[in-house]
Design a protein around this ligand. Structure first.
Ligand SMILES: NC(=O)c1ccc[n+]([C@@H]2O[C@H](COP(=O)([O-])OP(=O)(O)OC[C@H]3O[C@@H](n4cnc5c(N)ncnc54)[C@H](OP(=O)(O)O)[C@@H]3O)[C@@H](O)[C@H]2O)c1
Length: 266
């Protein structure tokens, strides 16, 4: 088969996508390879994709929006998010998808009875999550540190507040999509307010993976069911793999091998 895949990003050396995809391809007997591409100029994304003969690719920070602009066709919810994390080549055309959104939704399927959500943060990940929750009839409120990024959400019919305009309310699930807690011990919101919100919610999720963030520590202390972003990362990769190979392989097997690969990191 000998197909070549990659992940575009900057930085990209930390990405575990090559491990997940290569391990799974090898386990399924697929003779293909998944590499990393450090991209300097996002405007050259499409050109580099075709010149290197890639069959498909994932896209990470900060190129998901610029990649969206260069696709010839966009499928599904990526049209609303206006960002792609997965692309495939179809003849001489580039087809774009967003698997972060359904990947997140799949990762919270164990949590039942969710009708409302509070999303902390208003960046790219918040857009993906807000759109997939809305598509599944879950009411979303966005709460962000500052105002400029709220514009997209207000335009698209979401309730969206900055820290200084927010009034406390009850939500079934609170999702941290900020990078607070990623490389530091920052809270995504003032601690007292966050603790009160967590007291009144059913579930807490942080999209940061393989780490108990300060936000998740509050959830743990208050005995709320919680999870980090490992399953979101895993499912976006499972869904991308299905797209790369046109649904040829059993999804449970893909998930099984990707979980095995993920465990190699722990
Ligand atoms: N598990 C997964 O599969 C997965 C997938 C994608 C992303 N992620 C993670 O998601 C996180 C966000 O990524 P992104 O691409 O959405 O980032 P982004 O577009 O850069 O947005 C970052 C958001 O975080 C807020 N923020 C940053 N530092 C903060 C702080 N100290 N306190 C409060 N708010 C803060 C920003 O607020 P302002 O607007 O005020 O600056 C902004 O809303 C990262 O940690 C990333 O690793 C995980």
């Amino acid at each position: 088969m000998n197909k070549l895949f990659t992940i575009f990003g900057n930085p990209v050396s930390h990405s575990i996508s090559p491990l997940l995809h290569n391990f799974t391809m090898k386990s399924l007997g697929i003779d293909s390879c998944y590499t990393r591409t450090h991209l300097q100029d996002g405007n050259k994304f499409k050109d580099i994709f075709f010149k290197n003969g890639f069959e498909g690719a994932n896209i990470t920070v900060p190129f998901k929006e610029v990649a969206f602009e260069q696709c010839d066709e966009i499928k599904g919810i990526a049209n609303n998010i206006k960002a792609v994390n997965t692309v495939i080549r179809q003849h001489d055309k580039l087809i774009g998808y967003n698997t972060d959104a359904p990947g997140f939704f799949e990762s919270i399927k164990e949590f039942e009875g969710i009708n409302s959500a509070l999303i902390l943060g208003a960046g790219g990940t918040a857009k993906a999550i807000a759109n997939i929750l809305k598509a599944n009839k879950i009411k979303c409120t966005i709460l962000n540190r500052s105002k400029p990024r709220l514009e997209y959400f207000i335009k698209n019919g979401f309730k969206a507040y900055s820290w200084d305009t927010f009034k406390i309310d009850d939500f079934d699930i609170i999702i941290n999509t900020t990078s607070a807690g990623l490389n530091d011990n920052n809270m995504p919101l003032e601690e007292k307010l966050l603790t009160n919100l967590v007291k009144n919610t059913k579930y807490c999720v942080d999209v940061i993976y393989n780490k108990q963030t300060p936000f998740l520590k509050i959830a743990k202390e208050l005995n709320k069911p919680y999870k980090d972003g490992s399953d979101m990362l895993l499912y976006q990769a499972v869904l991308a793999f299905e797209i790369f190979f046109n649904n040829k392989y059993n999804k449970d097997n893909i998930e099984k091998y990707m979980r095995k690969a993920f465990k190699l990191l722990l």
